[in-house]
Design a binder for this molecule. Structure first.
Ligand SMILES: NC(=O)c1ccc[n+]([C@@H]2O[C@H](COP(=O)([O-])OP(=O)(O)OC[C@H]3O[C@@H](n4cnc5c(N)ncnc54)[C@H](OP(=O)(O)O)[C@@H]3O)[C@@H](O)[C@H]2O)c1
Length: 511
């Protein structure tokens, strides 16, 4: 008798994709002329279409204060896709996508324009079968979030029913301090229930950040040493080698700490330090992140354990670059920091006594984001002192970008007749181990929004807890009334940041 073998969906990569194909829906984008929409969002939508992850009737609606027809907007999308998409351009994919493109012209305070928007998405529901499912992506300056949310509510576009959904996607920054974040949340929650609000922290969409969960919880060897018995400090770095570019209007007055530490770095800290969730379902994951953020606190001595800096003119990468104050549209009396470093302590059993150092800066020597766990020295070294003179500390480094992978640093014997120990690296590189290339973070996150899959989106509670950590530091810096300390462009930040770690017997990594 022959046995019939059923295909096993878990072994067939095509079948594994099926639950990740979005259902019928339309995505409405505000801010379509902006930098983010052009470089990331429109290309990500095309890449999703190219990977077969969007439904056949998918619709993309642009809303902007431009006197454009739908064809003009379609051309803008086409150009953005050609210039910035990750996957190859295929005419048949573009044709199908472009059939669902529409444009609505109007100002954000123009009621008639929002009436037209409503009519457009209702027509798409009929023509493209989008089924009343609409996501609204606010890729606009944060000060305009309340206006758009208010318009969506008053025009009846924010309601989720038993048969259709309405979701809002909010870009960072979510507020500029705890109070403004709470106020913004009040406005948003009058229109959308919390399950319909998707706050973007694009770091969480990165493969390497999700790999942190795989590394910690899919293996037996790391978790036993992932605590204060073995780890003596943690460094989380996000360094950029560029300056503020054309983003003076956004950056000045916000600064590095609000722009990066409040969201990306504290989210990385939460994922690094949290307990194992019972599942990766949103409620469980968020509960663990919230617990650890609630246990995290700013340093008591803000003068000793925070540092802020501002890049000054110097030679960097073989060219003379101006300082922050030389950038176009930066006022001469600006006190905005382009570098921020803080120490955070976590008051729980796992991490008591282990400082977490967070730093971010512009015009650093390299673009790099990494999480580095530094381990205690072995309790006894049965070697002559000279043998281990060049031995530093063991480290596990998660390289988030650009050179994605994991490094383990440890001491090894130098070949030769005598015992001499020096540090070596053992590397895992994504590029060397997997043939698949990593999707862009925005591909993953936009798809999650369309699928209604929320684990990678921070909830309001996490946002508030992060501001609670940062607010006292920002208040302290503001109270000083002095500009940040200068550091030369192309260096690793101000001297006070080095002193901050030296005080605890550590040094910043120079990746
Ligand atoms: N760029 C990034 O890499 C990045 C990264 C993370 C988060 N974000 C966030 O993403 C959002 C968009 O950033 P962006 O860099 O794309 O900004 P941007 O380049 O300044 O673009 C802003 C967009 O908003 C529109 N806009 C501005 N004022 C408006 C008004 N009064 N009425 C109607 N539309 C208005 C602009 O349209 P007009 O052309 O008509 O002015 C433009 O399309 C912001 O919340 C930002 O914080 C950006």
């Amino acid at each position: 008798m022959t046995q019939t073998t059923r295909p096993n969906p878990l072994r067939d990569p095509m079948d594994r994709r099926i639950p990740r194909i979005a259902g019928p829906c339309a995505l409405v984008m505000f801010g379509v002329t902006g930098d983010l929409a052009t470089k990331k969002l429109m290309p990500a939508i095309y890449d999703l279409a190219n990977r077969g992850l969007l439904p056949p009737g998918f619709a993309l609606v642009g809303f902007a204060r431009r006197d454009w027809a739908t064809e003009d907007f379609a051309e803008v999308v086409h150009n953005a896709v050609k210039a910035n998409a990750r996957t190859p351009f295929r005419e048949e994919v573009w044709k199908q996508l472009s059939e669902g493109i529409r444009f609505v012209a109007g100002e954000l305070d123009d009621d008639a324009a929002f009436d037209r928007l409503k009519q457009t998405i209702q027509e798409l529901d009929e023509a493209r079968g989008t089924g009343g499912n609409h996501a609204f992506y606010l890729s606009i300056p944060p000060g305009l979030f309340p206006a758009v949310v208010g318009q969506l509510r008053s025009h009846g576009m924010s309601e989720t029913t038993t048969s259709s959904w309405s979701r809002v996607v909010i870009e960072k920054p979510f507020g500029h301090d705890l109070r403004s974040a709470q106020e913004l949340n009040e406005v948003v929650s009058t229109a959308f229930p919390s399950s319909s609000v998707f706050r973007i922290d694009h770091y969480l969409g990165k493969e390497t950040v999700q790999n942190l969960l795989a590394l910690r919880f899919a293996n037996q060897m790391f978790e036993p040493v992932w605590n204060n018995n073995y780890v003596d400090h943690v460094q989380i770095t996000m360094a950029e080698d560029i300056g503020i570019g054309g983003r003076a209007g956004y950056f000045d007055g916000i600064g590095a700490a609000r722009d990066v530490i409040q969201n990306h770095l504290l989210q990385l800290l939460a994922l690094t330090a949290m307990e194992e969730p019972t599942s990766f379902e949103a409620r469980q994951l968020r509960a663990e992140k919230q617990k650890v953020l609630a246990a995290a606190r700013p340093p008591e001595r803000l003068d000793l354990y925070t540092a802020r800096g501002r890049y000054a003119a110097a030679w960097a990468g073989g060219e003379k670059v101006g300082g922050y104050l030389d950038e176009p549209r930066i006022p001469p009396d600006s006190t905005t920091e382009t570098y921020a470093a803080i120490r955070v302590d976590i008051d729980n059993r796992r991490w008591a006594g282990v400082p977490f150092y967070l730093r971010t800066g512009k015009r650093m020597p390299r673009r790099v984001t990494e999480i580095a766990l530094g381990f205690k020295q072995a309790p006894h070294l049965p070697f002559a002192k000279t043998d281990t003179a060049e031995l530093g500390y063991n480290a596990l480094v998660l390289r988030i970008q650009p050179d994605e992978g994991v490094t383990l640093r440890f001491g090894a014997k130098v070949p030769g007749t005598q015992m001499e120990i020096r540090e070596v690296n053992m590397d895992f590189a994504y590029g060397g181990s997997f043939t698949e290339s990593s999707p862009e973070a925005y591909e993953r996150l936009i798809l999650d929004v369309l699928l209604g899959d929320p684990p990678l989106f921070p909830q309001h509670e996490e946002v508030e807890l992060s501001w609670q950590i940062l607010d006292p530091i920002l208040d302290y810096w503001a109270s000083l009334g002095t500009p940040p300390e200068d550091y030369e462009a192309g260096t690793w930040g101000p001297a006070s940041a080095d002193e901050m770690l030296a005080r605890d017997g550590f040094a910043w990594r120079r990746p």
